[in-house]
Each structure stands twice: as structure tokens, then as C-alpha cells.
Design a protein around this ligand. Sequence first.
Ligand SMILES: [Zn+2]
Length: 85
Amino acid sequence: MRDGDNLVSHRVIAKLHDEQVMSKQLSCPRCDKPGLKTWTELDDEEREVVRRLPASAEYSLSERQATHQWCTRCWYEKPATDEHG
Ligand SMILES: [Zn+2]
């Protein structure tokens, strides 16, 4: 009987925080592609499209710029999600 030989000390340090993986990439509920963009991530051309989206009738532009996200493939507009509580 030998002690020691089978002592495999696997110290797997998995300190990957979920927030890095989870919160960044939201997928579009309409076309199911990841990568909804915030206003600051849109380029000038995309911002022009956003200004013409139907949601502009419902929300003010400043509100949309601050809280909404867009899918640049199908132009789904995702409103703010702070509705829990
Ligand atoms: Zn989409």
C-alpha cells in the first residue's frame, strides 16, 4: 500500500465570471442571431435607419438611445428590460 502515488491534486481554477459571457451578447428574438447593438455601437448609416423605425412614434429618441438595442439584420428594436419588480 503506497500512499502518495495516487494523489492527483487537480486544482482547476475556473474563475470565469458569467457576466462576461452572459450579459454582453443578447440575441435577437426575431431572427435569433446574437449581437444586438446599443446606440453607441451603431454607425451613422444604422442610426439613420433607427430614426425611421416605427418605434420612434412610441418612444422618444433620447430614451431609445439610452436604453434600447437593435438588431442590424432584421431591425428588431428591443426596448428597455428593467421591468422586474
Ligand atoms: Zn434580428
